[in-house]
Design a protein around this ligand. Structure first.
Ligand code: FUB
Length: 449
């Protein structure tokens, strides 16, 4: 699956309906994705992101966001993701301007046996007002098919819809348009029960958008991206009422280290662990309107405040020892002598490789699940212009050596097997290192029984 090319239609068709395994960040590698709203429906996590594409002549505006449709992805372990394909497109909603390529950040919520998918986009004419309107599509299943409503919501003008249903069953719609707006929804989820209100207590300077509200221990957490300096960071405010007023609490995630101008979040509890879903531009470092969604764990302090989340490549979930372990999505690495670069700079969807070029340079990849049954060997996809040796061990400090793998001198990539000198059942952190001063490139490692 690693070699999929988004331009190859046949491959894409397979990806639309198949599962694939990317435990690490970014979690979706067959297309650009942004603005992830994650929900748990029936013990499964569903992610409803925006779908960034590249503008082309007659298709969107070069240099700006270009979004034609939405896919939904699901996972039962946050490691193996299934792409269920397109659920709503600008071309199948009667009121949408199908030349606008503006299918921005969506949300989806379950109520009374139906799944309601909310999406912001531009209307064909001004009957519903100028700028962005918000539409709804309804399904009997979280992965669709979704049937779009013939008209957008009345009295709602803006982007980034988010729906929250309180414990008493009352539903609220939040959205952004310079400020954050909110209104209770009627039982039918398709009409406002009363007029929109601007939420009070939020930052008044710098762009604020992307509201996502959740409740924990009777406290309502309103999270949102905000430009405090020059690009967005994720912040939150709390209240004892879903309509506010809110009190600013702090920063959930600092500005992107790669300069991705936007960020957009949702927060989810799954199997007693909290997670932050967000985006950066991993697969498009030089154009930040082609983004990729990520997940990292999120923790609350005992006083209910949120600990800042530091973005990682490793992401969340366990990696089965028999799967390709992409060590370039490392948990830790040494400062000098370990570099991560694209395998093919012309096709970032092929992923990354690790280059260890200095004696004792290392990368560490956490949470590899070896299970109970004994593994016999390790397999490595690697190449080196001079004979090289990779050492694989458990944990950085004095962990046992599992194997040494001879990498033959070659300009080609080789898949090399080596016996394991030791096996330890259970979940471990893996360290890959070299003991010479010439480079070895590694695509992945895996273990075989
Ligand atoms: O994806 C388009 C827009 O960028 C979203 O609606 C905003 O939240 C920002 O992420």
């Amino acid at each position: 699956m690693k070699k999929n090319n988004i331009a190859a239609t046949s491959t894409l068709l397979v990806l639309l309906v198949s599962g694939y395994s990317f435990a690490q960040n970014p979690i979706i590698r067959n297309q650009f994705t942004a603005d992830p709203t994650a929900r748990v429906f029936d013990h499964t996590v569903y992610v409803y992101p925006s779908h960034d594409i590249t503008a082309a002549p007659g298709k969107g505006h070069p240099g700006w966001f270009c979004m034609e449709d939405y896919h939904v992805f699901s996972s039962s372990d946050l490691t193996d993701w299934t792409d269920h394909g397109i659920i709503v497109s600008q071309n199948n909603v009667p009121w949408v301007d199908s030349t606008s390529y503006s299918m921005w950040a969506p949300d989806c919520i379950y109520k009374n046996g139906k799944y309601y998918f909310y999406f912001p986009t531009r209307a064909k004419d001004t009957t519903w007002g100028r700028g962005f309107s918000i539409g709804v599509a309804i399904s009997d299943h979280p992965s669709g098919p979704f049937i779009p409503q013939p008209e957008p919501l009345k009295n709602v003008h803006g982007i980034d819809p988010n729906v929250f249903i309180d414990k008493n069953g009352k539903a609220y719609l939040y959205w952004a348009m310079g400020k954050i707006y909110a209104a209770p929804l009627k039982e039918n989820m398709l009409e406002l029960a009363s007029g929109p209100q601007v939420l009070k207590g939020l930052p008044e300077k710098g762009l604020i958008e992307g509201p996502f509200l959740f409740e924990r221990n009777g406290k309502y957490y309103l999270t949102y991206p905000h430009v405090q300096k020059t690009i967005e960071r994720l912040e939150y405010a709390t209240s004892d009422n879903p309509m506010g007023p809110f009190q600013f609490e702090g920063v959930i995630m600092d500005e992107s280290p790669n300069g991705c101008w936007t960020n957009h979040q949702s927060i989810l509890n799954f199997k007693d662990q909290w997670y932050l879903f967000y985006h950066q531009n991993d697969l498009s470092p030089s154009f930040d309107k082609n983004r990729s969604i990520r997940i990292d764990s999120l923790f609350f302090k005992s006083d209910g405040t949120i600990q800042k989340v530091i973005p990682t490549f490793r992401g969340v979930g366990l990696t089965d020892a028999s799967h390709h372990i992409e060590i370039d999505r490392y948990s830790l690495k040494c400062g000098a002598g370990a570099a991560i670069v694209f395998l093919d700079t012309l096709n970032p969807f092929n992923g990354w490789k690790t280059i260890l070029s200095q004696k004792d340079a290392w990368v560490q990849y956490n949470a590899v699940d070896f299970g109970r049954e004994k593994y016999q060997a390790i397999q490595v996809k690697a190449r080196s212009l001079m004979d090289g040796i990779l050492q694989i061990r458990l944990d950085k400090n004095n962990g046992p050596i599992l194997a040494e793998v001879n990498i033959p001198k070659s300009t080609d990539w080789n898949t090399i097997d080596a016996p394991l000198s030791k096996f330890q059942p259970g979940i471990h952190n893996l360290v890959v290192t070299v003991n010479h001063n010439h480079p070895v490139e590694i695509d992945w490692v895996r273990f075989i029984k």
